[in-house]
Design a protein around this ligand. Structure first.
Ligand code: ADP
Ligand code: ADP
Ligand code: MG
Length: 668
């Protein structure tokens, strides 16, 4: 039947783009689906066509089987690629596709069902003679009645679990009942299946998984293993291949067993079989993921095989074109998952707008991401920004490459885990590869402290200088010759309150004397002269030394500075969120007296409102030009203008009274 002419990708973000890339290379048109909120995302813009799913909930949109199949039919697609997550392991979706003669790029529903339940998959795998951890199944009272013969610790697991959810470690019999109850509740909420069971807790294992490919004709091959032991909350953070610390003989057996499992079910599609390997190199089947895996790029980087292409070829009915003997793995590859989250605050998701985005570029680097420039990380999904994948001849080279790739990956606007990853990969135990799935938990304190320390080693006034110069220099295109003309007239003293990671401070700008800004912070004074500033790249001479940084400014006086491989975040406290400025002396931000003061020395270039006019909160009252930047002063509340002191064209100093307002309801 040949390859498809058009496929619908039932996913979003980075993985939708990843699939589009291969489809395009194969001459296949792609159909994107999106919610109105995602309609301007890169994956939608890149697709050959796109259709919107109306609704707010996931059930109405990316999980809406009926609607997605309907769109696939209407768009003329012949097949649907589910990506990972969402409907990728939903047997009803696979069945529904089949029913509507739409090819599901994945295995048949039956296979998803078999492997989607950890109890049935374990039994099946055991029947093939592959080792599985000891389990205890049954309902709650059956499990409880056996509590005195259980060899603790055990894991209570959800049969339908995934994504690291629905798992709880139990150390002793007395904690069993509570754990059973809470895991069942969680399982019901997340997976709509409260079936739970106990599994022997494997002490300090490594997570080793095998990439599999199977076709319609009973051919099954493996594409070597991946190691995914660096995890937090049972979720992977860093993955690599090959798993060099596991003896080759053991790895060969694990790969062989993975092929046995996939072969035993006549699996077709790409799939991953996960194992845990303990300190004695005994290994146990954990689960099978019947889909493309998040970390598939490391396998592609070392085997040269495009897994999405293989999925598409298999689904279209082609025979596997590669034989086991012809697959070679060369070199080493590692993936870091870049997340908008705050590792220091227990990985709190920090979605939002990325204001500056620069990927590292090298033939050894692959970046799979949902954005290519400024863009949004939605609060409604995993806050994955992208996956940074690096290859090299061996693990040592990969670690060096990864470190420099992380340093040159510039992401401003949201809190993210790059500094954390940087600290993690520099940890001696990670470097020497003496790790288990507990590596992060056991070394958490050190990793987080080192992360902070890396930053604290640098003089904080240096990135702060970059931030302030960027804030004050608004033309953004400065070359050495005309620096001071460009910066403008302003020579008056100005005090800027700034907040940084390390606290709040007041910086006095002592003016420029044709050599540079003089900044005074506490007892320290430094001179910062601009050598060049083009877009976000800035070179300054600070106290005689030439330094470079990438700097950006966001709304509300916020700014980010990438300096010496570290990211610094600042905000000006004299600029309130929303680009507008209104300040007054001596009062809290929220209890505004209605007196509008100048926030800085400058010139009145617009007066929008006259005396007695009624204004709403946020209305622009006046515009002050300072440092060639127009600053709008806005009404802090709904009210009426009781006095206007400013005059058009007036040169004003810092904190001069410009206008007075009375709140609504107090006019008389
Ligand atoms: P993989 O198994 O491919 O390595 P993960 O185990 O991290 O990837 O995640 C498996 C799938 O579960 C992914 O498709 C991801 O989108 C989804 N997922 C990840 N985290 C969660 C979560 N917290 N809740 C539900 N699903 C998740
Ligand atoms: P999910 O379906 O959420 O991916 P898995 O069964 O694949 O769940 O397990 C995810 C992680 O949880 C493993 O990589 C491992 O770190 C830990 N884990 C799972 N089962 C065990 C076990 N029996 N003993 C020790 N750790 C386990
Ligand atoms: Mg898993």
């Amino acid at each position: 039947m040949g390859l498809f002419k058009k496929i619908l990708i039932a996913n979003r973000g980075e993985i939708a783009i990843r699939i589009q890339k291969t489809a395009r290379r194969l001459g296949i048109h792609t159909v994107a689906i999106c919610t109105p909120e995602d309609a301007d995302d890169m994956y939608v813009r890149m697709a050959d066509e796109s259709w919107q799913l109306k609704g707010k909930s996931l059930a109405d949109t990316y999980l809406n089987i009926t609607r997605i199949i309907d769109l696939a039919i209407r768009s003329g697609a012949e097949a649907v690629h589910p990506g990972y997550g969402f409907l990728s392991e939903n047997p009803e979706f696979a069945d529904a596709c089949e029913k509507h003669h739409m090819v599901f790029i994945g295995p048949p529903g039956e296979m998803i069902r078999l492997m989607g339940n950890k109890i049935t998959s374990g039994k099946f795998v055991e029947s093939l003679g592959v080792p599985v951890p000891e389990t205890i199944t049954g309902n709650k009272s059956e499990i409880l009645s056996r509590r005195h013969s259980i060899d603790f610790p055990v894991l209570v697991k959800a049969a339908g679990g995934g994504g690291g959810k629905g798992m709880r470690i139990v150390e002793s019999a007395e904690h069993l009942e509570t754990a059973l109850l809470s895991t069942a509740r969680e399982a019901k909420a997340y997976f709509d299946n409260e079936e739970i069971y106990l599994e022997k807790y494997i002490e300090k294992p490594r997570h080793i998984e095998v990439q599999i490919l199977g076709d319609h004709y009973g051919n099954v091959i493996h594409l070597f293993e991946r190691e995914c032991s660096v995890q937090r909350r049972y979720q992977k953070i860093i993955e690599e291949t090959p798993a060099v610390k596991v003896p080759e003989k053991i790895r060969e057996r694990i790969r062989h067993d993975a092929v046995t499992i996939a072969g035993g079910m006549q699996y077709r599609n790409a799939g991953t079989i996960e194992f845990l390997v303990d300190g004695n190199w005994d290994y146990y089947f954990l689960e099978m993921n019947t889909r493309l895996q998040v970390e598939h790029p490391v396998t592609e980087m070392t085997t040269g095989i495009d897994l999405v292409e293989q999925q598409i070829r298999i689904a279209s009915g082609e025979k596997l074109g590669i034989s086991q003997e012809n697959i070679r793995q060369t070199g080493h590859a590692m993936e870091c998952r870049l997340y908008a989250e705050d590792p220091a605050r227990d990985f709190l998701p920090s979605p939002g707008r990325i204001t500056l985005y620069r990927e590292p570029v090298s033939e050894k680097i692959r970046m799979d991401s949902g954005i290519s420039g400024p863009g949004n990380i939605s609060p409604r999904f995993d806050p994955l920004i992208g996956k940074l994948v690096v290859r090299g001849v061996d693990r040592k080279e990969v670690l060096e490459q990864m470190s420099s790739a992380l340093s040159s990956c510039i992401i401003h606007g949201v809190t993210h885990n790059i500094p954390f990853l940087q600290s993690l990969i520099r940890h001696p135990l990670f470097k020497s590869n003496d790790i288990s799935t507990h590596f992060y938990e056991e070394n958490k304190k050190e990793i987080l402290e080192n992360m902070k320390h890396e930053q604290e080693k640098l003089d904080p006034l240096l990135p702060l200088s970059f931030f302030l110069v960027h804030q004050l220099n608004t033309s953004r295109q400065i070359r050495p010759v005309n620096v001071w003309q460009e910066i403008g007239f302003w020579r008056l003293m100005m005090e800027i309150p700034v907040k940084s990671q390390s606290g709040e401070m007041i910086v006095s700008i002592l003016g420029n004397d044709n050599q540079g800004f003089k900044l005074e912070m506490g007892a320290r004074e430094l001179t910062a002269g601009i050598i060049s500033a083009v877009d976000n790249d800035m070179t300054l001479e600070i106290n005689g030394k030439t330094l470079r940084a990438v700097v950006s400014s966001g709304n509300g006086g916020k700014g980010w500075v990438s300096f010496e491989g570290q990211l610094f975040e600042f905000s000006r406290l004299d600029v309130l969120p929303g680009e507008y400025i209104f300040t007054e002396t001596g009062s809290g931000e929220n209890s505004h007296s209605g007196k509008i003061f100048s926030p800085m020395p400058g010139k009145i270039v617009d007066i929008r409102i006259s005396r007695n006019a009624t204004v709403s909160k946020g209305d622009i009252l006046l515009v002050v030009e300072a440092m060639k930047m127009e600053n709008s002063l806005v009404a802090p509340f709904d009210g009426q203008v009781s006095a206007v002191h400013a005059r058009m064209g007036q040169l004003i100093g810092n904190r001069e009274l410009l206008m007075e307002l009375v709140p609504s309801g107090k006019e008389n």
